[in-house]
Design a binder for this molecule. Structure first.
Ligand SMILES: *[C@@H]1O[C@H](CO)[C@@H](O)[C@H](O)[C@H]1NC(C)=O
Ligand SMILES: *[C@@H]1O[C@H](CO)[C@@H](O)[C@H](O)[C@H]1NC(C)=O
Ligand SMILES: *[C@@H]1O[C@H](CO)[C@@H](O)[C@H](O)[C@H]1NC(C)=O
Ligand SMILES: *[C@@H]1O[C@H](CO)[C@@H](O)[C@H](O)[C@H]1NC(C)=O
Length: 422
């Protein structure tokens, strides 16, 4: 970090950067063999660098903090009810129902209790080295049109805490614009609002770009965000041709431009640039690189849920399919979402339910198959760390408690499950 005092506009920036980047306390937590990518160095604590029992970190092993900042009621129905959100289906609708002040209180309670420092510590103890944090644009409160949009306020202080804890643990952080202005997908709770998809226009692109600039500034100037190395510019966008085209030719190039401009203003050297992440070409929005002149420090995201495919629902077929699920497309790719969910019709049957101990062995093997294939790419992020479903197929933490995912994730990889299926 070559920053001289004359380039800094405020003392607080100087202070936090100086605190964040002290030579000798860094290592490259995401080094990738033979490639120049992901060699971003981050500060790590002595306890981590000295702990030889920790796995090597050349692959991303990660859980999503789903429903922390964009609550999907199906994942946390009990919390949603106790917050008073009733039968509403999105944060927007709940905030509108409760009124701003009451909403701010109940969401603050959710943020402060849903993920705690001990969750973050447990992740590291399991051998995870990365978290992906889905965010709604409204966490940057200036972007919200208070006359027509209803979102909780005050989330940033908690985000700062979570990122500080993760940074202290040496965990790499991906910030994901998961709920874009106007909603990038129609009528789904993961965008935070049940509305038609109104993201694909100049006004909402501009708001998203301001979000990215703001996030880049935050990451580079606030010590708590020092381990954020990747910014996903929009989660799961439209696959319809005209919208996907404007995404590729207008939004993605501008997203790069605005993030890099923010970094240039801060005198950030290229080896400290944020990786700019987009859904990969398998997603269905076309090749994200189409209109990019420079893909340095670009990264890609692939999502795959076998339950939504037409794969025959048969245990052996599931493992075999996952062992052969080639996620290559753009490079480098992280499989940023997957779970052990099975189609609704089968989820509670004796043969498939996670409540039948006879199925434990299958889920152990399937999980091992999934991640071993995803580690042919850069790595993976499970969906999700925590839910209230009482079903380890959607909760990494519960899967570990249930013995489905081993206490040390390396053990799953050592099973070499796919040797028999490829
Ligand atoms: C690791 O442990 C040694 C010996 O306890 C100590 O001198 C050193 O400062 C620690 N930290 C690092 C980063 O090696
Ligand atoms: C190293 O990390 C493991 C897993 O988190 C933990 O169980 C162990 O106590 C740590 N060892 C030291 C010396 O800190
Ligand atoms: C990319 O290159 C083309 C052709 O050289 C140029 O017209 C365009 O302005 C460039 N775009 C960016 C974002 O630099
Ligand atoms: C589990 O498997 C055993 C042995 O095949 C069988 O006797 C038992 O009924 C099964 N339990 C359930 C809950 O399916």
């Amino acid at each position: 970090m070559k920053i001289t005092i004359t380039h800094l506009s405020t003392v607080s920036i100087l202070f936090s950067l100086a605190a964040a980047w002290i030579p000798g306390e860094h290592r490259e937590i995401l080094a990738r063999d033979g490639e120049n990518l992901f060699k971003r160095s981050v500060p790590i604590s002595d306890s981590i660098s000295n702990n030889s029992s920790l796995p090597s970190v050349s692959k991303v092993r990660c859980a999503n903090l789903g429903s922390l900042y964009i609550i999907e009621p199906w994942m946390v129905a009990k919390s949603w009810e106790s917050m008073g959100c009733g039968s509403t289906g999105s944060e927007f609708d709940c905030v509108k129902l409760l009124g701003q002040q009451r909403a701010n209180e109940v969401f603050a309670n959710h943020w402060s209790t849903f993920i705690t420092q001990s969750d973050i510590q447990r992740m590291r103890s399991y051998g995870l080295n990365t978290i992906r944090i889905p965010l709604g644009y409204w966490i940057y409160e200036d972007l919200v049109d208070r006359g027509t949009e209803y979102f909780p306020q005050g989330g940033l202080a908690y985000l700062e805490k979570v990122c500080g804890w993760a940074s202290d643990e040496g965990i790499y952080i991906i910030l994901d614009l998961h709920g874009a202005p106007g909603a990038q997908q129609p009528y789904v709770s993961f965008t935070g609002q049940l509305s038609p998809k109104n993201f694909y226009n100049d006004n909402n692109y501009e708001r998203a770009l301001r979000f990215l600039e703001w996030a880049a500034n935050l990451v580079h100037t606030n010590d708590n965000f020092r381990n954020v190395g990747m910014l996903e510019v929009v989660n799961e966008p439209a696959t319809v041709s005209s919208q996907a085209e404007s995404l590729r030719t207008e939004y993605y190039p501008q997203a790069f431009q605005r993030i890099r401009d923010a970094e240039t203003k801060l005198q950030i050297q290229p080896n400290k640039y944020l990786h700019v992440q987009m859904m990969d070409k398998r997603w269905g929005s076309g090749d994200p690189n189409q209109a990019l002149n420079d893909t340095s420090y670009a990264a890609y995201d692939s999502h795959t849920y076998l339950m939504f495919s037409n794969t025959p629902v048969d245990k052996d077929t599931y493992i075999k399919t996952s062992c052969n699920d080639d996620r290559s497309g753009n490079q480098p790719t992280i499989v940023g979402e997957f779970s052990m969910g099975v189609p609704q019709k089968f989820t509670s049957t004796q043969e498939w339910t996670s409540k039948n101990p006879n199925n434990t062995e299958f889920y152990q093997k399937w999980f091992a198959a999934l991640i071993s294939k995803y580690e042919k790419q850069l790595g993976w992020c499970f969906w999700s760390w925590k839910t209230e479903l009482g079903d380890y197929r959607w909760s990494y933490d519960e899967a570990v408690q249930a013995g489905v995912i081993p206490m040390d994730v390396n053990t799953a990889l050592q099973m070499d499950v796919c040797a028999a299926y490829t």
